[in-house]
Design a binder for this molecule. Structure first.
Ligand code: FAD
Length: 479
């Protein structure tokens, strides 16, 4: 068919903010006709999980980056605000588009919205097609021998690894045609994604929120065969993990690209490479749980935990959020989160454990706080992380295993560097007591007064542990 007679295709970008390994974009190019890239800021379409403050910050920059990349190929990113269905309708009328292509998302509210949109577009005689860009394996592809979703990670990932890992999709942007006339767009600033007060100043030195930065970080890690990953991944005082999570969440890099980068160096066979790729596996596992158990962002996967005797306490929650619990490793993590929009995985587990066990605050409160403050806030991984920590999820840490925040600090931040980085008031404190400064005296404290310069522990560790075990005992008694 001659090019001009083919109607334009709207390529609806969502959490796939990249021009490489993007099957919807490639399909739009292959369809012929012009390609019109669109991003719609549809808060209502996200249901109860509109992006939080830190995610919005990232999104702003990721959109700016995507627009710049498209621009280099003569394409524009058209921005819309409002309900996706009506915005798409408006754009179709304005451009005469005959097709809408997008890459799939898996959050329950988004699945419902997208299914309705697909049906409506198809009924109107438009081509509506969706593709997979976000996962190596989509949630319905992997089932156990009984045809059910896996609920334990190790057999799940073993099963996945027996299958062929799909290669990234080549996108031939040189064949993409721009329309003669572009539809109207909103300005990026109109999406109002950046904070009104400057709490994001700490984000800039920590992040380069571009696709190129993701590729660079991944390339470095793969070229080194992730050799230090197994050893250093639990050390928050080191730059020992990839920090790819926000890029993966917003689709600035895809998991197939991660596998391909490792395959190139034949590093998936190394211990570090295997361990790193299994973390990508946890991401996949989280998505399949969310897909098959769509109630889990707010309710425990293990139903008996609906009767857990939580003791919601706003004062305790607020001290935890502010990094004022008196446990240095916990407070360092909470302050790293507030300042940079990210927290090291080991520390996420420690802070979550303190909240849901020592303080008996419901895990949903912690998940909400993370949702608003993490640049990588992701409904699948956040839900899984919190349910794992609270002992109520799939393959979860048993509730009776209570992390000791002092020992965790001593083991994973042995010199106290992480604590000193995020808690300046503890910098003078000697390493021997940096994770339990309330036990120090005289010279060890270097002039710091506990209770004045830094809080005493919000709860004594043994008391907190016993409280948690008693609460768990009550739950067991109900069974
Ligand atoms: P790396 O160690 O370099 O891992 C590589 C990638 O694997 C990560 O980027 C991430 O995409 C994935 N990954 C690693 N660990 C996990 C995991 N346990 N579960 C799922 N995927 C994983 N991760 C998020 O992306 N978004 C969240 O909202 C989120 N909330 C969490 C909440 C809690 C309470 C906990 C305990 C964990 C949470 N995680 C979340 C998982 C994990 O902490 C982060 O993915 C990781 O810290 C990101 O840093 P990284 O990219 O350097 O990880």
């Amino acid at each position: 068919m001659p090019e001009a007679s083919i109607t334009p295709t709207l390529i609806w970008f969502r959490q796939d903010l990249r021009i490489h390994d993007n099957p919807a974009l490639q399909a739009a190019i292959e369809r012929g006709g012009s390609v019109i890239p669109v991003y719609l800021f549809d808060e209502a379409g996200e249901g109860d999980w509109r992006p939080g403050g830190a995610s919005c910050w990232w999104l702003h920059h990721a959109l700016q980056d995507l627009a710049a990349q498209l621009d280099k190929h003569g394409l524009r990113l058209i921005l819309g605000i409002g309900q996706s269905a009506s915005e798409l309708k408006r754009l179709i009328a304005e451009t005469g588009a005959g097709a809408v292509y997008w890459n799939r998302r898996y959050e329950p509210a988004v699945i419902l919205r997208d299914a309705k949109i697909k049906e409506a577009l198809t009924q109107r005689g438009l081509e509506a097609k969706s593709f997979n860009s976000a996962l190596v394996f989509e949630p319905w592809e992997i089932k156990n021998q009984s045809g059910k979703p896996f609920q334990v990670f190790t057999p799940y990932w073993k099963h996945c690894l027996k299958r062929a890992i799909p290669a990234p999709v080549e996108v031939e942007l040189k064949h993409a045609h721009a329309p003669r006339n572009w539809p109207a767009t909103r300005a990026l600033e109109e999406l109002a994604l950046l904070p009104r007060i400057a709490w994001d100043t700490g984000f800039f030195p920590f992040w380069t929120p571009t696709s190129a930065a993701a590729k660079q970080r991944l390339g470095k890690l793969a070229a080194s065969h992730a050799s230090g990953y197994t050893r250093n991944r639990d050390r928050p005082d080191m730059d020992g993990t990839s920090r790819l999570s926000p890029y993966l969440h917003f689709g600035q890099i895809g998991p197939r690209e991660v596998f391909a980068a490792f395959a190139r160096y034949d590093a998936e066979g190394t211990k570090g490479g295997r361990k790193f790729l299994s973390e990508i596996g946890w991401r996949e596992f989280s998505y399949q749980l969310l897909y098959h158990f769509p109630h889990i962002p707010t309710e425990p996967l293990r139903a008996e935990f609906n009767h857990f005797p939580w003791e919601m306490d706003e004062t305790l929650l607020s001290a935890w959020q502010k990094g004022l619990t008196g446990y240095p490793i916990v407070d360092a993590g909470m302050r790293q989160l507030w300042t940079t929009g990210w927290m090291h995985n080991r520390v996420r587990m420690i802070v979550a454990s303190l909240l849901v066990k020592h303080l008996l605050v419901p895990w949903q409160e912690g998940a909400r706080w993370f949702w608003d403050t993490l640049v990588d806030a992701d409904l699948a991984s956040n839900t899984q992380g919190w349910q794992w920590s609270a002992g109520c999820g799939a393959d979860a840490a048993p509730y009776f295993r209570v992390f000791n925040p002092i020992l965790q600090g001593q083991k994973f931040d042995p010199n106290g560097d992480y604590v000193r980085e995020w808690i300046p008031e503890l910098r003078p404190v000697a390493t021997s007591i940096i994770h339990k400064p309330w036990e120090g005296g005289g010279e060890q404290l270097g002039g710091v007064v506990i209770g004045r310069d830094y809080p005493t522990p919000i709860i004594d560790h043994s008391r907190g542990r016993n409280r948690a075990l008693q609460a768990y005992g009550k739950l067991k008694a109900l069974r």
